[in-house]
Ligand binder design. Sequence first.
Ligand code: G3I
Length: 315
Amino acid sequence: DTPLRDLAAAKGKVMGTAVTGSKLTGTYGDLAGREFNWLTPGNAMKWASVEPSQGSFNWAEADQIVNFAEAHDQDVRGHTLVWHSQNPNWLANGSWTPAQLSTLMQNHINTEVGRYKGRVAAWDVVNEPFNEDGTYRSTLWYDGLGADYIASALTWARAADPAAKLYINDYNVEGVNAKSTALYNLVKSLKERGVPIDGVGLQAHLIVGQVPSSFQQNIQRYADLGVDVAITELDIRMQLPSDSAKLTQQAADYKAVMNACLAVTRCTGVTVWGFTDSDSWIPDTFPGQGAATPYDENYAPKPAYRAIVEALGGT
Ligand code: G3I
């Protein structure tokens, strides 16, 4: 069978997956290398992973994934620089002045983006800045620096690697709703102000049978602002146990997401948040749910995998 990455390339799209560095051997490594041409470290590049104590860095897993990607002719999506979650305790629990916060953020961006300059094709610079109602989420960054922490982060990331594509990434922004409209308005105003912003990441942590009907329209409205759109963390979860009806619906849902991206020129492609059910965050976070990825726990392709193939024009 033709790998997903080649089918996607023939359509001018990319096909990515989140990965865990320690698993990149055996069947997991074979599939990650063969089927995908973009990799996102699922956790390895988060602040808590790379700087567990202040000034003491651990790049081992991030380096491993970047090296793997280069060995397999893959691009890397850096995830993520500025977020409210998975920050090291020293940072999250510190009490910082705005000036200190600003310096911490700038140094972090310089250090991480600088380390991988030329080797990371796109960065999720800011992750999950909004609440569901479209207001800004109260975070270390927003509370200390105001909404312009986003413009600062983007500006510093551009300076650290001018060639990397810079994204804002969020969830529940796949359809047209209050949150996705807030993201739209933010990108519009950043563009108007000349702040560097290249793309919008739509995470797409979805539920079987609930792909938003306005997905394509929403991708298109971002594209019309003059930015790229990437589907960055696709998974489609269900109540366990799975059965053939749920897996069939899930396949239709995967196809619908692929088709929404394929229909918009500026949608760069789709990344799945783990390609196997054995490496998915869903069961830990939503007890009783799972089976959200294209391969089952034993690396057998599911109907969702076939649906991606078909959407990409394969047989
Ligand atoms: O590494 C430790 C391990 O040492 C320890 O034994 C184990 C016990 O719980 O925990 C391990 O850390 C876990 C880590 O994943 C690595 O597996 C954390 O507890 C767990 O909270 C963490 O979850 C990650 C989650 O982000 C945290 O918010 C998921 O793997 C990761 O897939 C998920 O990814 C996020 C994206 O970054 C942003 N969008 C949403 C998405 C899903 O939550």
